[in-house]
Write a protein that binds this ligand. Structure first.
Ligand code: PRX
Length: 685
């Protein structure tokens, strides 16, 4: 162990180093010092709490019981009996839930199972998710309730009542209509986390257009691929957004993407930062200028949709280089997200609920925007980094807005845990009642920190397991559920989920196996956009005899029926909870002139959960060097986006392959970790 001074900014931090914070010189502002420390820590696998003895004494098997106060006010008071009934009567269970929503016309059939795996829910029903997310609130006391509290990273605040949200959505919807937007048309959204991102999504849904939100961490090429795949004609963006005190440009990325997208005709841009952007006449429009025109009227009819009509596409990574667009629909998605959100997050009319994900991912779609708005909740949205300008930015906002429920990711929890308890401690965060986690397995250590330092041992940790494909929570506790750190506990109502072996036999308790879902649920994706065969091959082929959905995850179940997710078994890498495909990474890498061949593997990372490690074979004439490694890292950032930045690139003469030519990533991973290479019988000589 070594003692270092924070002001030396030594980039080589070791895990057990202790830092001294020296007295400040007058010319160094406190803010600057903290920012530099934040930057300094953030770049390293450093955990202040790793060495905390109090933490290490805890056993993972300890059961944490919710407090009487939490239990007494829970929306659902009993699990086992209702679960058993729900899986015996799933259609009745879901019909009862659907009944609590408004419909233009009720369904004729709850579930059509005639064409598996294309299950259809609430057949014959007429609805629009906006009918429940906005319209019905205008007729009751929610009209004047805050729908959205937004804080920008620089500290600016905007709030919208349901009445105001409706006005903004109507104006945006009328603008889209004036641009010729039609029911069923795919509109691409590439935006920072500002209110207009949500308003744009809702406006698309209102007129029956299909939104395709592309996460802002993707490059112009990745954006263009997604625009082209969807044949999108309209894109909505902003000049940029704020992140860690800097402007992240977005319109300039969209401009480059549009050059690669022949179908692109119109770009609507929100002025957020004031950075200079290039606007082309006849193609580019500022939102504020459009809003000043008479076309942007305050009223707009909500389009009546069939239950099975598309609500949105969301691109996600899979096992081939081509990203796939998963389809979610108005009917089933409405019922599933509103029900799961109400029961699992126990939403109360007076709650202020904050899901600190990006609306650009499924978590944002289901549990920032649609589920909570359907439940008439007040939602919080924050634009920037959790540690800017100091590591208590989140805790400050919890206190300032009186947040009751905070839903985030293990990566965010780990990144805040590094700064220790003093940051949450210096704010009054006692308004918190429930905490949530999603996106990757949460280690018992991070779970306990979240529970103790943030939840003050009174807030259950709602660890929710689900996927872009599932639309909503599949395995998750209710507030009344006894908890085991690192376990998402038990299946949500109506869902039969199991851990099985290759043949489909249930594995013994405590043994690792494949996680499968055995029954249909209303939130399930309706398929991959224009590629039904890929949908069947990816999710349903492996257990086609049984008709089970393959999740791509491995898991264990214990004697109490609690699930513990271990991780992906396919070629998907989860970096900071973001989902990336090895094939997508490798195909971008292979476009670099120096690369003959490359393999991407996931290696464990203290902060990100996993990081991308690339093993590259160079073309003749190129020599491995630090400069070349850096150039290749920047190549990835430029062509796929900053979220795909590899942690390290190593060079090899060849890649281990099977006789049929498949790269054996398992062997590369074992070599990188210094572990036994396992069965090599299929390795090509
Ligand atoms: O591997 C599982 C992991 O995230 C995958 C789904 O990723 P994505 O479609 O991007 O959706 C993330 C947000 C729902 C899963 O296959 N995952 C998600 N939640 C958990 C999790 N792993 C462990 N525990 C979780 N709570």
């Amino acid at each position: 162990m070594c003692i270092k001074s924070a002001l030396c900014f030594d980039p080589v931090l070791a895990k057990d180093d202790i830092y001294l914070f020296p007295l400040l010189k007058p010319e160094v502002s406190i803010q600057k010092l903290y920012q530099q420390i934040v930057v300094c820590f953030a770049g390293n696998n450093y955990s202040l709490l790793k060495s905390s003895p109090a933490m290490e004494n805890n056993s993972d098997e300890k059961i944490y019981y919710p407090s009487q106060a939490v239990i007494e006010q829970a929306n659902v008071q009993e699990y086992e009996k209702l679960y058993n009934w729900s899986v015996e009567n799933p259609e009745q269970f879901w019909a009862e839930q659907a009944d609590s929503l408004k419909w233009y016309k009720k369904w004729d059939q709850v579930l059509d199972r005639s064409n598996p795996p294309f299950f259809s829910w609430f057949v014959g029903g007429k609805t629009n998710i906006i009918l429940n997310a906005i319209d019905r609130h205008l007729e009751n006391a929610n009209r004047n309730k805050l729908a959205l509290i937004w804080e920008g990273e620089p500290g600016d605040v905007r709030t919208f009542s349901y009445h105001a949200l409706n006005r903004e959505v109507c104006q945006f919807a009328n603008i889209l209509k004036s641009m010729g937007a039609k029911k069923g048309e795919v509109i691409t959204i590439y935006m920072p986390q500002i209110p207009e991102q949500i308003i744009a999504m809702l406006a698309c849904a209102k007129i029956g257009a299909v939104h395709s939100v592309v996460y802002g961490g993707f490059s112009h090429e990745a954006l263009a691929d997604r625009i082209n795949d969807a044949n999108s004609r309209i894109v909505i963006t902003a000049d940029g957004g704020y992140r860690r005190g800097k402007v992240v440009e977005m319109k300039s990325v969209v401009n480059k993407a549009m050059e690669l997208s022949p179908t692109m005709e119109i770009c609507i841009t929100v002025k957020r930062t004031g950075v200079d952007v290039y606007m082309e006449s006849g193609r580019d429009y500022w939102l504020h200028e459009l809003k000043a025109l008479p076309i942007a009227a305050n009223k707009c009819e909500t389009e009546q949709m069939d239950s099975a009509d598309m609500l949105f596409l969301l691109y996600t990574s899979g096992s081939t280089g081509k990203p796939k667009a998963l389809v979610h629909t108005h009917g089933g998605f409405s019922v599933y997200t509103s029900t799961t959100h109400r029961m699992v997050f126990d939403i109360k009319p007076e709650d202020r609920y904050w899901c600190a994900a990006d609306p650009g991912w499924i978590t944002g779609h289901s549990y920032i925007v649609y589920g909570p708005l359907m439940n008439g909740a007040t939602i919080m949205l924050y634009e920037g980094a959790p540690t800017y300008p100091y590591p208590d930015r989140w805790w400050k906002m919890v206190e300032k807005y009186g947040i009751n429920i905070l839903y985030t990711s293990p990566t965010a929890i780990r990144s805040l845990m590094r700064f220790g308890d003093s940051w949450p401690n210096r704010n009054d965060i006692s308004s918190l009642r429930l905490l949530g986690s999603v996106g990757e397995p949460i280690s018992p250590e991070a779970w306990r920190w979240f529970y103790k330092a943030v939840g003050r041992e009174k807030c259950p940790i709602i660890d929710t397991w689900w996927q872009t494909e599932t639309g909503g929570f599949m395995i998750a506790p209710l507030p009344i559920t006894p908890l085991k750190p690192g376990s998402a506990t038990k299946p949500f109502f109506g869902n039969v989920i199991d851990v099985v072996d290759e043949k489909g036999n249930e594995v013994k308790n405590g043994e690792e196996g494949t996680l499968v879902i055995k029954t249909p649920w209303p939130g399930m994706t309706a398929g991959i956009f224009r590629d039904p065969q890929r949908f069947i091959d990816t999710y349903w082929k492996k257990y086609d005899k049984q008709g089970w959905y393959l999740t791509g995850d491995s898991a264990k179940k214990d004697k109490d029926g609690y699930f513990r997710i271990i991780g992906r078994t396919d070629d998907v890498i989860k970096v900071s909870g973001y989902r990336l495909g090895t094939a997508e990474i490798e195909s971008v890498m292979a476009n670099h002139p120096a690369i003959a061949e490359a393999a991407a593997i996931a290696l464990p990372h203290d902060l990100k959960g996993n990081c991308i490690h690339i093993v590259a074979v160079l073309r003749i004439g190129y020599t491995a060097s630090k400069e070349l490694e850096h150039e290749m890292i920047m190549h990835m950032v430029e062509h796929l986006g900053p979220i795909a930045r590899p942690e390290e690139i190593t060079f090899a003469d060849q890649l281990p392959k099977t006789r049929s030519g498949k790269i054996m990533r398992r062997v590369l991973k074992a070599r990188a970790l210094g572990l036994p290479e396992g069965d090599l019988s299929t390795l090509e000589e």
